[in-house]
Design a binder for this molecule. Sequence first.
Ligand code: ZN
Length: 210
Amino acid sequence: MYPTLQEVVHANALKAFRTGLMAGTSGNFSAFDRDLGVMAITPSGIDYETMKPEDITILDLQGNCIEGKFPPSSEWQMHLTIYETMPEVAGVAHTHAPYATAFAVLNQPIPVVLIEMVLLGGTIPVAPFALPGSLELGEKVVATLKKNQTSACLLENHGTLTIGATLESACEKSVYLEDSAKIYHFAKSVGEVQLVSERAVQEMKQKMAL
Ligand SMILES: [Zn+2]
């Protein structure tokens, strides 16, 4: 019924897994069709390498499963809360990417160490801890993204979250976030880190009309 939406979620989730952004069956990915009012999301506990496009679960805006033989990811409420409250978003990626998640465990934001981070909105904030799968987690993520005007945040003691106008864009941001976290980690371990200046960040934001 929704082959394109399911294929998009399947392809991007598998690519993220193969890129090393999460282990086992952790992480979850969704794409939203605002016209149809449906969200396609990775199912709960299914191996990424054996997952098929038709295994991607389709939910309506009330969270009812309208297609798919597996239950949706346990984080479906977080994805739905983002789509309900951020009209510009149509793709959400949640990973446990190890370098970025290390900063989530330290409860430390990741400052702008690379120009690519301007695409993410600047310093990556940490959304306060909430139990996985809770409605509260989605509310804290949305509050953190809006307050900091970023399209990425860390989830305290949990992982990462990125949003985009498409799922492909959200996943690309997850890759840049992990790359930035890795480089920041290496730089911190050998010396004093120099950040991209706030002035340069603002100038680049203006140029990119962010
Ligand atoms: Zn998670």
